[in-house]
Design a protein. Structure first.
Length: 174
């Protein structure tokens, strides 16, 4: 499955690079509002013990080093697994309506009745390709890999395919 993950990630990276040749404007989204993301998808995609993933994350609007945004969230699965995480994302806008987000995070993981990922500390890294509406909300497709980076005796890892909708925090309270 790791070969599939890196193949998909390489394909998405090639898409991003090819898209940059067409992009008229390349910017980061540090001017965007902070956002709340709602996701659902397939945890451990392609394996015998797939589960449904539900995720809620917060994407801050304060840029670190001019291009990294803090991100924090929680994922739960239909197998009662839970992963709370925090990290950074590079959020790139392609013109007015397309965005690519690359992120990495670390957090505590509990496997519930699902796949034992080998350690309670797990890293989540991924990519998301999204359409950005005029009000800064987005809908996107993401692919992520969760792994303990060999902290445990075993490191089976898991891949996640998800659909995400993000909305500016300000529009929730208005």
């Amino acid at each position: 499955m790791r070969v599939k993950f890196w193949g998909v990630l390489a394909g998405m990276a090639a898409f991003v690079v090819a898209g940059s040749c067409q992009a008229q404007e390349f910017t980061n989204s540090s001017n965007d509002s902070a956002q709340i993301g709602f996701s659902t998808g397939i945890f451990n995609v392609g394996e015998d013990d797939e589960a449904t993933e539900f995720r809620l994350d917060y994407r801050d609007n304060h840029a670190l080093l001019d291009f990294l945004r803090p991100i924090a969230g929680v994922m739960v699965t239909s197998d009662k697994a839970v992963h709370g995480y925090g990290g950074v994302m590079a959020d790139i806008l392609w013109g007015d309506h397309f965005a690519t987000s690359l992120y990495t995070s670390v957090g505590a993981f509990h496997d519930g009745d699902g796949e034992d990922l080998g350690h309670w500390i797990e890293f989540r890294s991924g990519i998301e390709l999204a359409y950005r509406f005029d009000n800064q909300s987005r809908v996107g497709l993401g692919f992520a890999h969760i792994s303990n980076a060999n902290l445990g005796d075993e490191n089976p890892g898991a891949e996640v395919l998800s659909l995400t909708y993000t909305i500016p925090v300000g529009s929730i309270f208005n």
